[in-house]
Write a protein that binds this ligand. Structure first.
Ligand SMILES: Cc1cc2nc3c(=O)[nH]c(=O)nc-3n(C[C@H](O)[C@H](O)[C@H](O)COP(=O)(O)OP(=O)(O)OC[C@H]3O[C@@H](n4cnc5c(N)ncnc54)[C@H](O)[C@@H]3O)c2cc1C
Length: 319
């Protein structure tokens, strides 16, 4: 019996949300009186043992070229084998796009109960009950799971990252890696931009900015802070910004440390993609804008007057 945490990677680098999943896995293992271990698939571009500081004792590494890029079917097959060879009874993912592709497949394959969008450690006083987000973050549900293997996909920014351990032992795991049914023939990445899904700071603009010619107000602040840029769907639909920047129910769901929204009303469909952000700052000239209800800090004012002052102040602080 152990807790197995999936260590998600991009180009061999561990994604930051994994630190939270590892801390969660370690705390869960302590609660269950067992150990937490990690699982890394593909070539590693960094020293994996250092992840032990998040409280895991061992990392299983399946170093196979086929696993350098995500193929959900192949990853599912390999993780299922890892679960059985490590005797894991709980598998923890960070609830990102990769987990959304893998965890349901793994759940079906292992006949394991899946809690997607967990926001807290399970209550094990009577059974195994986990609190999770439902209705796009508008409500919580407590879900009881009684399958022998359980899968938890943890919503980012739900659990404190804690450094409680030392160095983890990294062990090679030899598993069958099936041939992918789909072959990636090329990848064209957007260059020079911070990927939105990974960004800790996000500056976002809405229709209140009136047109693409005013996007320097978003971009200048993003540049000064080292942030990614995002937008509302209305803006992407109007072709002011590319669709990969659109956040919300039908766009990307993000959970940065800072979400700074300029001229966005805060419609429920927009909030569904950003309400897991740690700190939300809203600039809107309408004091009744719904976004203010979700904001940690709000500025009621005209973005064209407020933003240049904020950008100037940030530039001054950043030197
Ligand atoms: C099924 C469905 C799915 C959807 N999915 C998404 C989604 O994923 N993401 C998403 O974003 N939307 C989504 N929408 C659309 C959503 O309902 C809103 O229409 C959209 O978010 C509005 O975008 P906005 O806030 O930029 O524009 P608006 O609603 O036009 O709001 C503009 C805001 O700017 C403020 N403003 C105006 N001028 C200024 C100024 N000078 N300074 C400061 N503030 C100013 C206004 O007060 C207003 O609050 C969806 C809708 C449906 C029906």
């Amino acid at each position: 019996m152990s807790v197995l945490v999936f260590i998600d990677q991009a180009d061999g680098h561990v994604k930051k949300t994994v630190f939270e999943a590892l801390s969660y896995g370690a705390a869960l293992a302590a609660k269950l009186g067992t150990t937490a271990e990690g699982l890394f698939l593909g070539k590693a571009a960094e020293e994996l043992g250092a992840l032990g500081k998040y409280g895991i004792s061992k990392i299983h590494h399946v170093d196979n070229e086929t696993l350098n890029h995500l193929d959900a079917q192949v990853f599912t097959a390999v993780i299922a084998q890892a679960v059985s060879s490590t005797n894991a009874t709980v598998v923890v993912f960070s609830n990102n796009l990769n987990a959304k592709a893998i965890a349901p497949r793994l759940s079906a394959r292992l006949k394991a109960g899946l809690i997607a969008g967990a926001v807290a450690l399970p209550d094990t006083s009577s059974g195994f009950n986990v609190k999770k987000n439902v209705f796009s973050g508008k409500a919580f549900a407590n879900v009881a799971v009684d399958t022998p293997v359980k899968i938890i996909s943890l919503n980012p920014n739900s659990f404190q990252v804690t450094e409680s351990g030392g160095t983890a032992e990294v062990v090679a795991l030899n598993l069958d890696v099936p041939a992918p049914k789909v072959k990636v023939t090329s990848v064209n990445k957007v260059k020079g931009e911070i990927p939105l899904s990974e960004a800790e700071l996000v500056i976002s603009g809405g229709r209140g900015l009136k047109g693409p010619e005013n996007w320097h107000l978003v971009e200048d602040l993003a540049k000064a802070l080292g942030a990614a840029t995002a937008c509302s769907r209305a803006v992407a639909d109007a072709h002011w910004r590319p669709h990969h920047e659109h956040v919300g129910q039908t766009g990307l769901a993000i959970a940065p440390n800072l979400y700074f929204a300029i001229g966005i009303s805060g419609a429920i469909q927009h909030l569904a993609g950003v309400n897991r952000s740690k700190v939300i700052v809203v600039v809107n000239k309408d004091p009744e804008a719904p976004f203010f209800k979700a904001a940690d800090y709000g500025i009621v004012g005209d973005a064209f007057e407020v933003m240049p002052k904020i950008i100037e102040a940030v530039k001054k602080i950043k030197g």
